[in-house]
Design a protein around this ligand. Structure first.
Ligand SMILES: [Zn+2]
Length: 186
């Protein structure tokens, strides 16, 4: 058997395995009731990195949170969670894994993409950007710096009318939302 043929079939087999794995991953989780958790006070901000075993994360997180945060999954676009996100007013978004502040309503915008979108983080030190090639072309992965949880991806140059021309495309299940307290009328 010639070498380049062997290499080509190996590539095809790997591609096949990847497709099966990707499809099984998407269909394996039930997102129908997934929502952004609403919290009433600011979570304690992690100072050091938050390191847990797979079993510990599995215990703490819901199955969809675990799949997205710890296995770099993606929630379906345009779900209930996206409607919930769009309807939310002022407030801060924290990591559903470790509670670190990530985004705020000030940087939120309506991208129409089906996923929560921000033009910048509110706490840049809590965000890490990582280049990945998992779907065959370059993507920039957005992760929480504190717990290393997968949050989504950042896309550039899409010409949204925002200050940065960047879109942090984030899975809602990775977020907890603290609504701004209304000012008391005097
Ligand atoms: Zn985190």
């Amino acid at each position: 058997m010639n070498k380049s043929f062997g290499f080509a079939s190996l590539t095809l087999i790997l591609l096949g395995v990847f497709v099966v794995w990707a499809v099984a991953g998407i269909n394996g989780e039930d997102y129908s009731n997934a929502m952004i958790e609403i919290i009433e006070k600011e979570p304690a901000q992690p100072e050091a990195e938050v390191i847990k075993t797979k079993e510990e994360w599995q215990k703490e997180l819901s199955p969809v949170e675990f799949h997205v945060l710890r296995e770099a999954g993606t929630e379906p676009a345009n779900g209930k969670i996206y409607k919930q996100f769009k309807a939310q007013e002022g407030g801060i978004y924290y990591c559903a894994g470790c509670g670190a502040e990530l985004f705020s309503s000030k940087e939120k915008f309506d991208s129409g993409s089906g996923w929560p979108s921000f033009y910048a983080p509110s706490e840049e030190k809590n965000i890490t950007l990582d280049v990945d090639y998992k779907i065959g072309y370059k993507r920039v992965e957005v992760k929480c710096s504190k717990c290393d949880g997968h949050l989504g991806h950042v896309f550039e140059g899409e010409k949204y009318n925002t200050p940065t021309d960047e879109r942090y495309c984030v899975n809602g299940v990775c977020l907890k939302f603290l609504p701004e307290k209304e000012e008391k009328q005097k």
